[in-house]
Write a protein that binds this ligand. Structure first.
Ligand code: CTP
Length: 400
C-alpha cells in the first residue's frame, strides 16, 4: 500500500514563479498515493496551466472559472470538506493576507474557508515582501490559528536578489505533508526510536571496519513510523540517505557511540526498532596516525563491542516494545528464534541476506516476523517501505 493511500489533498497554487515547482510537488504527492485536487488562482494561471497539473495528478485541476460553472454553488464546499489536508504551495503574500483576513474572493480562498482539514502554507515571494510587516502579521495570525507554515528558505530569488523568500523544495514539503497526514494515526503520541545503517570502527584516522548495511530498511522504518503518527528519533550510522522530514536525527559512527545514544533515548521511548547493523567487534586500539605501508602488514587486534539490544533489555526503564532484526545467511529461523529469546525481544524481523532481492543495499526485502508469543508471519517480497509498515503495524498491535 502506498504511504498516502486514500488521503485527499487540496493543493492550492498561487501566482509566484515557484508555480513550476508546484507541478513537481503535485506529482510527488500523487506518486505517494494521495488524491490531489489542484486549485489554481488567476495569477497562478499566468505561470502554469491546469493541464500541467492534470497530467501529473490524473485528476481535474480547478480554476476560478469553475466557480461559475454548473457545480459552482457547492464546489468549494465539497473540495474543502473532503480534504484531509489543504496545502497552499506556493503561497503569495496576497493569498496569505486574504487567508488571514478571511477573505474569499476566488475558488481557493473560498475552499480554505470551507475546509476543516489542517492548513499548510509554503510562502514564496521576494525577500522584501516577505519581511514586510503586513506579510509577517498575516503569517502570525495564520500561525496562531494553527496553520503549519514551512519556509520560505534563503537563496537565489527570481528578482536576481538573494534572501529569504524561496519556496521550500517539493520533496521537503511532501515530507511535511506526510507528517501532518499521519497525525492521529495508530502510533499517535508514541515515541519511536529507530537505529539504522552500519557502524564504522576506526582502524586509524583514514580506515574503518564497516559493513554492507545501507540504512535503507532503518530509514524506511523511521518514515513509516512518522506516517503512522509517531514521534521519531533516528539514530543513524554513516550513510548518504536523506533522513525523513520530521524525524529527530542523531548521527553516530561507532557501536559505542550508538550504544550511548540509544541508552540516552531508550528510557523515554515506547518502542525501539534496532535495524542497525552494529559491528560486533572493533579494533581494540585505533592507531592515532595513518598506518604506513612501509611499516609492513599490520595485525589488527579486535575487541568485542557491546550488544546494544541486550543492554537495553536489561535496563529497568526501557521501551515497552523491543524489536530486533536478524540478518542471517543460514539457519534463518533457528538463529532468529535464538536472538528473540537471548536479547529479550518482543518481535524479531528475520531476513535471509543471501538472497539477491532481499537484504543489503537493494530496495526490496523478504522477511519473517517472529513474536515472543510464538507468532510467525512470513511476508512476500515487498519494498523496504512496505516491510517497515508491516513491522510497525504488527508492533503497534502488540503494544496495545
Ligand atoms: N545488535 C545490537 N548490538 C550488537 C549487535 C547487534 O544491538 N552489538 C542488534 C542488531 O541491531 C539486531 C539484532 O541485534 O537488531 C541482531 O543483530 P545480528 O547482527 O543479527 O546479531 P548478533 O547478536 O550480532 O549475532 P551474530 O552476528 O553472531 O549473528
Amino acid at each position: 500500500m502506498l504511504p498516502l493511500h486514500a488521503k485527499r489533498i487540496v493543493l492550492g497554487v498561487t501566482g509566484s514563479i515557484a508555480c513550476y515547482k508546484a507541478a513537481d510537488l503535485a506529482s510527488k504527492l500523487t506518486q505517494l498515493g494521495a488524491e490531489v485536487d489542484v486549485i489554481l488562482t488567476a495569477a497562478a494561471e499566468h505561470f502554469i496551466k491546469p493541464l500541467t497539473f492534470q497530467s501529473v495528478t490524473g485528476r481535474r485541476a480547478y480554476v476560478d472559472q469553475d466557480l461559475w460553472g454548473p457545480e459552482g454553488h457547492v464546489l468549494h464546499v465539497k473540495l474543502g470538506k473532503d480534504a484531509d489536508l489543504l496545502l497552499i504551495a506556493p503561497a503569495t503574500a496576497n493569498t496569505l493576507a486574504k487567508l488571514a483576513a478571511g477573505q474569499a474572493d476566488n475558488l481557493l480562498t473560498l475552499t480554505a474557508l470551507a475546509a476543516t482539514a489542517p492548513l499548510m502554507l509554503a510562502p514564496a515571494m521576494d525577500g522584501g515582501m516577505f519581511d514586510h510587516p503586513a506579510t509577517q502579521a498575516s503569517l502570525e495570525t495564520l500561525r496562531a490559528r494553527g496553520a503549519h507554515i514551512h519556509g520560505p528558505v534563503s537563496g537565489h530569488l527570481a528578482s536576481g536578489l538573494s534572501g529569504v523568500g524561496r519556496m521550500l523544495e517539493p520533496a521537503e514539503l511532501a515530507g511535511h505533508a506526510r507528517v501532518a497526514l499521519g497525525a492521529g494515526g495508530p502510533l499517535a503520541g508514541r515515541r519511536v526510536l529507530v537505529t539504522a545503517g552500519g557502524t564504522q570502527e576506526p582502524i586509524d584516522p583514514v580506515r574503518v571496519i564497516a559493513n554492507r548495511s545501507s540504512g535503507k530498511q532503518g530509514y524506511a522504518l523511521a518514515q513509516a513510523a512518522l506516517d503512522l503518527g509517531a514521534q521519531v528519533t533516528l539514530i543513524s550510522g554513516p550513510t548518504a540517505l536523506v533522513p525523513p522530514v520530521g524525524a529527530h536525527l542523531l548521527r553516530v559512527q561507532t557501536a559505542v557511540e550508538m550504544r550511548d545514544a540509544v541508552l540516552q533515548h531508550a528510557a523515554a521511548a515506547d518502542m525501539l526498532l534496532m535495524a542497525a547493523a552494529v559491528a560486533d567487534f572493533r579494533p581494540s586500539q585505533a592507531a592515532d596516525k595513518k598506518i604506513k605501508r612501509a611499516e609492513g602488514v599490520p595485525t589488527v587486534e579486535l575487541a568485542a563491542n557491546p550488544d546494544i539490544l541486550k543492554e537495553v533489555s536489561q535496563q529497568a526503564k526501557k521501551p515497552r516494545m523491543l524489536v530486533g532484526f536478524a540478518a542471517e545467511s543460514n539457519d534463518l529461523l533457528a538463529n532468529a528464534q535464538g536472538k528473540l529469546a537471548s536479547k529479550g525481544l518482543d518481535l524479531i524481523v528475520a531476513n535471509d541476506v543471501s538472497a539477491q532481492d532481499a537484504g543489503f543495499e537493494v530496495d526490496t526485502n523478504r522477511v519473517i516476523l517472529l513474536s515472543k508469543d510464538g507468532g510467525q508471519e512470513e511476508l512476500p517480497l515487498l519494498s523496504k517501505y512496505e516491510v517497515a509498515r508491516k513491522v510497525l503495524e504488527k508492533a503497534a498491535s502488540l503494544l496495545k
